[in-house]
Design a protein around this ligand. Structure first.
Ligand code: FAD
Length: 317
């Protein structure tokens, strides 16, 4: 079912989770072990992130170097299919521009459609580790909106090769990313919002946000979206802080602020266990306030912390 249908049919705030594909060598059982403790609370869907392959230079016997593509994690599409089959709920694959040309993207979309996957979160992806800034694949997309146009084209039965006969129309519900604290490359929030509005006008059905730790920033973002004429559901992305290192890692990687009250409380902790207690309580309070404000969904980044997310979710749902 489409995310927009889940939301329009709901009488109160829904719950969804996000997982990362496990590292290579693990099996699907590691996903089930991660998700099982979280399934008691009836999530409406599960997002599965996508991680592009990395380029490495490996030394050959003759001492020259060869460039090799290394995939660290198994494929998102297969994991989505397994989740749908095992739990009988929707899985939402993340789909990125980075590392794909348009033909590979089309083939992957055809696979998603074949598997009965109704939703896709369309993203640009970050720069590869060896690049200073994002470089599209030759024949690929530079911005998320271009990838999104390809998905919308397929929804209209428009394939890359115009001579494809009876290609059929897909019917994907399309999500896009939103940044309550602005995307780090955008000169300001207004311009970032204008690009987000362009994506909505080009057919995105909902926004899923970057994590944030201060609800005020989310409420201001929602108000700014309304002001800019964006009227699709905006789904807040939520993550717990569970150790001191995250106080610097999260701002560096995700370009988000940690409120002083939270950082001070975490700094006072003597162990990771104490940090987890503080982070859990903070996320419970954040979730309660967002739910009371009537957000359509609470979307939790579970990223290796199912126990913490379970402790939060059981207080809310
Ligand atoms: P875009 O919409 O293309 O925007 C990128 C930048 O370009 C922004 O600064 C924007 O303001 C600007 N911009 C947009 N359009 C234009 C234009 N036409 N001209 C000029 N500038 C423009 N990454 C992954 O690799 N895998 C994942 O699974 C993943 N999941 C994510 C889930 C969520 C909810 C979020 C919020 C992010 C996720 N990301 C993921 C990270 C995301 O890929 C990065 O934040 C990336 O840097 C930007 O992606 P985007 O889709 O917002 O890009």
């Amino acid at each position: 079912m489409k995310i927009t249908e889940h939301i329009s049919q709901a009488s109160s705030t829904l719950l969804s989770y996000e997982i990362l594909p496990p590292l290579k060598g693990k099996t699907i059982q590691s996903i089930y072990d991660h998700l099982d403790p979280l399934m008691d609370f009836n999530p409406s869907w599960i997002n599965v992130t996508y991680h592009r392959s990395e380029t490495m230079f490996k030394k050959k016997l003759d001492s020259t170097f060869e460039k090799v593509e290394v995939r660290k994690r198994p494929g998102t599409v297969g994991i989505c299919a397994a989740i749908m089959n095992h739990y009988k709920i929707d899985a939402v694959p993340h789909f990125i521009c980075g590392g794909f040309n348009m033909r590979e993207t089309e083939d992957a979309l055809i696979d998603l459609n074949f598997l009965g996957i109704d939703n896709v979160l369309v993203l640009r992806g970050d720069a590869a580790k060896n690049e200073a800034s994002f470089e599209p694949e030759p024949g690929g997309h530079k911005y998320a909106i271009e990838l999104q146009r390809q998905v919308v084209n397929l929804n209209n039965g428009v394939y890359i090769d115009t001579d494809i006969q009876n290609g059929g129309k897909t019917n994907f519900c399309v999500g896009t990313a939103g940044y309550p604290e602005k995307h780090f490359e955008a000169p300001n929030l207004e311009i970032d919002l204008q690009y987000t509005k362009d994506k909505i006008d080009a057919g995105a059905d909902f926004i899923m946000t970057q994590m944030f730790f201060d609800n005020k920033k989310f409420f201001e973002y929602v108000a700014a979206c309304k002001q800019a004429g964006i009227n699709v559901p905006i789904i807040p992305g939520l993550k717990p802080i569970t150790n001191k290192k995250q106080l610097s890692v999260l701002p560096r990687i995700f370009h988000v602020d940690i409120p002083t009250e939270l950082s001070t409380a975490i700094m006072k902790c003597k162990t990771d266990e104490e940090c987890e207690i503080v982070g859990t309580e903070w996320l419970v309070q954040q979730s309660k306030e967002l739910k009371a404000a009537g957000v359509p969904v609470l979307h939790y980044y579970t990223l290796g912390k199912p126990k913490v997310i379970r402790n939060v979710v059981k207080e809310i749902f």
